[in-house]
Ligand binder design. Structure first.
Ligand SMILES: O=C(O)CCC(=O)C(=O)O
Ligand SMILES: [Fe+2]
Length: 350
């Protein structure tokens, strides 16, 4: 087995305290973090730690439900539940996890469980999502300023009160990995290396549940290759939000801001975390009718709907190959590796 090469890279920590009076300073810090690493940590963001803890409690309540219940809200159109069904082009195999994607508007029709099944879940989830949207809007304001757009430019394009909204909050649950999996010759992908294809991702992790790693160095949003030297991003202990630039903001900034490859490593080396792992990712997706083009017009103008479709086309052939490969593997490994969620999960902003 090969040993992972690691490099300590500093992940900038940026405080949003006194946002209105410090907006220029924060803009400058965010823009340089986005230009250099593509990942940064946001503190003093006004979401209380208790709300984040509560969101994780709801998440574990949701995932503790029997699969027969969760399968009544199956994944389609970027909303709903899937299990072992997301295939990454970088690995060609399914991530061993389950996820539940929630949106703000009509895309969730039929995708919320009835209140009798999980009382107050929908209300609590939407409350948390609006809090995260609030932080996203501050970051969007700064990135708009940094690029010379008017302050509301990105906020308008990501208006979650419109039916055209595509923004997604994704609850994630990675399964425990058997500690002898490497010896048994098995590879348990948690989240294979990828970039997110949204504007900006806000990620909540749980203390002690490590595994997130980044690999900076991508120069243009149209390239797929990434290096082999990783940097660990440890979960925060104080409610800090880990944020990363997605492909959409990379192309919308004419490649000035970097959408960085990252993964949740399949544990295989001493010190890796093998236990079950929960995280929550909030993907800021453009409204269908948003018009996307950077200030220097490096890439042709596309709408939010077209951008998502182009991203799907770029990944889809590789995903299909992966699906075939997974089917072949499943036929020798037995039912443990079959999709429960069914179908290919793509176009999820990640
Ligand atoms: O679970 C994590 O920590 C990261 C998840 C992620 O990168 C994604 O879902 O796009
Ligand atoms: Fe991601």
């Amino acid at each position: 087995m090969t040993t992972t090469k690691y490099l300590d890279r500093a992940i900038p920590t940026i405080s949003l305290a006194d946002f209105d009076s410090r907006v220029d300073e924060i803009t400058q810090q965010l823009c340089s973090a986005a230009e250099e690493v593509g990942f940064f940590c946001v503190t003093e963001h006004d979401i209380p730690l208790s709300s984040i803890d509560e969101a994780f409690t709801w998440s574990s309540r949701f995932f503790s439900l029997p699969d027969e219940v969760k399968t009544t809200v199956p994944f389609s159109n970027n909303a709903g539940w899937e299990k072992n069904a997301q295939i990454r082009p970088s690995t060609g195999a399914a991530d061993r996890k389950e996820s539940y994607q929630m949106q703000f508007g009509p895309n969730m029709d039929g995708k919320w469980l009835p209140d009798a099944t999980l009382p107050n879940f929908q209300t609590s989830a939407l409350k948390f999502m609006h809090q995260v949207q609030g932080v996203s809007e501050k970051l969007m304001t700064c990135f708009a300023r940094g690029l010379g757009f008017d302050d509301d430019y990105f906020v308008r394009a990501h208006d979650v009160s419109r039916p055209e909204s595509q923004t997604v909050c994704r609850l994630l649950h990675y399964f425990e990995v058997p500690s002898d999996s490497a010896r048994a010759g098995e590879v348990w992908h948690r989240a294979g290396a990828h970039t997110d294809w949204d504007l900006l991702t806000l990620l909540f992790q749980k203390e002690g549940q490590s595994g997130l790693e980044i690999c900076p160095g991508r120069e243009v949003s149209t390239s797929f290759g990434y290096g082999d030297t990783w940097t660990k991003v440890e979960p925060s202990t104080n409610g800090a939000i880990i944020c990363n630039i997605g492909d959409l903001l990379m192309s919308w900034s004419d490649d000035r801001f970097k959408s960085t490859f990252h993964r949740v490593k399949a544990p295989s080396e001493p010190g890796d975390f093998y236990g079950e792992r929960y995280s929550i990712a909030f993907f800021n997706q453009p409204c269908h009718d948003a018009k996307i083009q950077g200030p220097k017009k490096k890439y042709p103008l596309v709408t939010g709907a077209e951008f998502t479709r182009n991203a799907m086309n770029m990944y889809y052939p590789k995903i299909s190959e992966g699906k075939r490969q997974q089917r072949e593997e499943s036929s020798t490994d037995g039912p443990g590796k079959m999709d429960v969620g069914g179908g290919i999960v793509a176009g999820v902003g990640a």
